[in-house]
Design a protein around this ligand. Sequence first.
Ligand code: BTN
Length: 336
Amino acid sequence: MTSKAKLLISLREKQGTPASGTSLAKELGISRVAVWKIVQSLVEAGYSIETGGSGYLLDPAKEKDFLYPWEFGERESLFYHYKNTESTMDRAREAALRGAAGGTIITADKQSAGRGRNGRTWVSRQGGLFFSIIERPRLTVADYSLVMLVMQIAAAKSISLICGRKAYLRWPNDVYINNRKIAGLTAEIAGEGDMITYLTGGIGINVNNNAPSQKAVSCAEITGNQIMRKMVLNTMINEIDSVKKLYNTTAAYSQGNRALCEEWNSMSDCIGAKTAVFEPESKDDNFAEKSGRILARGAFQGIDPAGRCIIKTEEGKLYFNQGSVSLAFLNVSHNV
Ligand code: BTN
């Protein structure tokens, strides 16, 4: 952990009482001048640290919701943060091509060209959590959706924990609360031969931002409180780790992952819902009405172990891969 991360932890532990430069220097094993320099750089980054006769004071009441790498302690070296960038997907791709390790996370406070699935725009207002995670799974390209199932399950679990209300999954990669979208995920993959070289999972969660339409909702609207984005991100990272461990997704599967698929199905609110299957549409709105040609109608039966959706039609069951179609669920009516 860098001295900056350690100093921040140390100032927070003091809970609003000042700490002298000498005591901080001793605790961190650095010089008083080095402490002073780190404090200056934190102040420049926006922290409100007061410097007085008794030392340095970080007022807990004035803490802001920063996503700087040093906010993530031991994981600091895996984080990159942008105040404003076109899309974290672009920054993640560049980092992956430079050789960034699996687990690297790119965050942004705002995105000027945030993107969703199928070429749609992802409106990325201040207060939302926007990040991309680089994964280097030992999986074939055909199995990439398993990685997305892990991230989607982890996102719903995290959001349920934070909102104190059950969040549900919708195929292919959405998270809903109360019939309103609270998070969306997308993926970009690079492969060599059959194998994935890297996969970038992009995740957008409405945390404190105004949701872009009535069909969407934010954590703040559900809970009535402002939520720290770094807390949401930490929860998400921990959940990804535990879902990966639970379902042993590091092994190379070619037949999908039955246990992971069962978990996904148990967390979806659309099983049995009347469903229309469309050609993937491309519209300038996260929550556009479906506009492509209808390919099938039937009942959504969940996913199979490979992450394909199953639609029961009058002619029998149809299976669709992620990315090949988009779905409209016509009668999801619960309100939990
Ligand atoms: C969707 O619902 O269509 C997926 C939305 C994914 C949005 C996230 S925000 C962080 C990352 N950067 C992007 O440009 N997109 C993803």
